[in-house]
Structures are given as C-alpha cells and as structure tokens.
Design a protein around this ligand. Structure first.
Ligand SMILES: [Fe+2]
Ligand SMILES: [Fe+2]
Length: 334
C-alpha cells in the first residue's frame, strides 16, 4: 500500500489525489440495466466494507491490526467516492429507489441460485417476494409522477406482485434464523450473505437519507414503510451470520465480496469509465485481502479465505427467468 492521502504531507498532493476520486457521471439513459445494478452493488459493497473497518477498528485491541484497519478504511473511502461519482446525479429519488430495488432483486436471484445452504436460500427467496411488491409500488408511484420505471429497468425486470405489504411485517421471533457455523459452513455462504446485507443496508440508508430531504409527504411515507421492512431484512440476515466470527475474518469475507462484485462489474460494463473504476478498486481490494491474510496467519490457516475460481461462479438463470421459475414453484405448491 503506497502512501495514503493523509500521509502525503504536502497539501497540494493531497488535494490532487482527492480530486481524482470524482469521475464524470455516466448518463442514466446510456446505462445498461446490468451495468447499473453492478455499479449500485459495487458502491454498496464498498460502503459496507468502509463502515465495517471503522467498527472493527473500535473493537480491536491489537495496535498493529488497528493500524491496518485504519489504513485500509481510507482506501475504501476512496473506492466509495470513485464508484459513487459515476452514478448519474440527475436521477430523481424515485428513480434511484427503482434502481436500488432492481439491484436488490438481482442480488437475491443470484444468491438464491449460487447458495449451497438451504436455509439461506429460503431466506433469499422470502425477501425476494417482499422486494417484488416494493418494486411494483415504486413503479406505480413513479408513473403517478410521470416517470416510467422501464426507463430505468429497460424492461430487464417484469414488474409484479410478490408478498403484499401487510404480510411483510413479521414478529421479532420469526426474524431470527439459525446462524451459520464459521468453522463448518462454506465460505461462499458468508460471501453471499454479506453481499445481500450490503445491498440491503444501502437501500435502507439511502431511503433514510432521501426522506429527510423530500418535501412530498406521500413519498416520505412510502420510503418510511420500505425502510422499516429493510430493517427486518437486515436483522434476519445478521441473525444468519456466526457471532463468533472475528473482525479479521469478517473483513476478509467482505474483501472477497468486493472482489467478486467488481469482477462482475467489469464483465457487465459497457462504458469504459465504469469498467476501469471496477478494475481499479478490485486491484486494491485484492491487495487488502492479501494484507489481511498475512495478518491472519498468526491466528490460524488463512487458506479458506483465498481467492479461487469458485468466487466467480455465475448463476444459470437471468433475474427474470429465475423469478418466473420461482413463481411457478410457488403456484404449484398452492
Ligand atoms: Fe474496496
Ligand atoms: Fe477492500
């Protein structure tokens, strides 16, 4: 890791470095849906990991490890800035909401196909149904304001009813799931769960931020309602994780999540700036992973966290195809 911006001493250099974190946004009209989803999810994983390093820093007694978390967190700040700067700032709140719902839905359909653990698969399918309804309501709301959701989704996603809103509120007891065991569970289960958590956290946090600056009361109420459900989903996902996992292990899983997401983003990117942003952040995240693995070697074998081809496995079905297949299964079961 070369000198970080705070270590450059010369303010001109610092300013130059930080200026480079703001790229030119890519027009929403010109963005392909998959490209937009990967950009949003790429941003979500960066923000999730940045936030995690701060939490881990505060929970760590080892001074050297604290220093490592601090230094990497500053690079994550750079990644958050770079990826966020490409997202079109001309998007309205409801358009951003639709793009984030599209990101969430895509994430669930991918994780449900790639996930080896049945209870996690069930949890992803469960949450997918809530999001289909949320997306339908966002789409109707957009239309009432003269915006077509298809302008964002470009028809990559069929708008349909999933689970009605009134059934999305379940008691606390029902939210808590059997946690994974970090010693026996497949590491990919953790990578999938962290990715979904990152998407969900971004959706909730953005809705919280949007509603604060929104003058329209009805849209505020809709965002309140969805953010409330997102809190339930986040708790459900957090209950699946192993509470015995160490901050170092958690951070390595997050780095694997970042690397996978940016690799995917490089594949889907049509615009060269989007591709190079994913590539740049991915290369630095690969360095982060190896630094963490080195630090971990004094605690135990780190080979479970190594980068392998399994990380880059692709789901068989597209989002629409998976949703149709899943809906058929539900209807057959009734
Ligand atoms: Fe990163
Ligand atoms: Fe990273």
């Amino acid at each position: 890791m070369s000198k970080l911006f705070n270590e450059m001493e010369d303010f001109d250099k610092i300013e130059k470095k930080i200026s480079g974190w703001t790229l030119r946004p890519v027009d929403k009209e010109k963005t392909d849906p998959l490209e937009m989803v990967d950009l949003n999810s790429g941003y979500a994983v960066e923000q999730y990991q940045w936030d995690y390093y701060h939490q881990a820093f505060a929970l760590t007694q080892d001074r050297e490890l604290q220093k490592l978390f601090a230094r990497i967190s500053l690079e994550e700040e750079e990644h958050v800035s770079i990826l966020g700067s490409i997202i079109d700032p001309k998007m309205t709140y409801i358009e951003s909401g639709i793009a984030l719902q599209m990101t969430a839905i895509q994430g669930f359909t991918e994780a449900a196909q790639l996930e080896p653990d049945e209870s996690l698969r069930n949890a992803y399918n469960y949450m997918l149904l809530d999001h289909l309804t949320q997306m339908r309501i966002f789409s109707d709301t957009a239309l009432s304001q003269g915006t077509r959701s298809q302008d964002i989704t470009k028809d990559s996603l069929r708008i349909m009813e999933g689970r009605p809103f009134e059934k999305q509120f379940i008691p606390t007891e029902a939210l808590l799931k059997q946690p994974l065991d970090k010693d026996t569970a497949d590491i990919m289960s953790f990578v999938n769960a962290h990715t979904i958590l990152a998407n969900e956290t971004q959706l909730r946090n953005d809705l919280q931020m949007f509603r604060k600056t929104l003058p329209a009361q009805d849209l505020r109420r809709l965002f309140n309602m969805v953010a409330a459900v997102e809190n339930l989903h986040i708790l459900m996902l957090e209950s699946l994780l192993d509470p015995a996992i160490s901050p170092l292990e958690y951070a390595m899983i997050n780095e694997l999540m970042e690397i996978r997401k940016h690799n995917q983003g490089m594949q889907s990117a049509k615009h060269k700036d989007i591709r190079s942003a994913h590539e740049y952040t991915m290369k630095e995240d690969e360095v982060h992973l190896s630094l963490l693995m080195d630090a971990y070697s004094s605690y135990g074998p780190s080979d479970r966290f190594e980068l392998t081809d399994r990380l880059f496995a692709q789901p068989e079905m597209s989002t629409n195809k998976y949703i149709n297949h899943f809906m058929d299964q539900i209807h057959q079961a009734i």
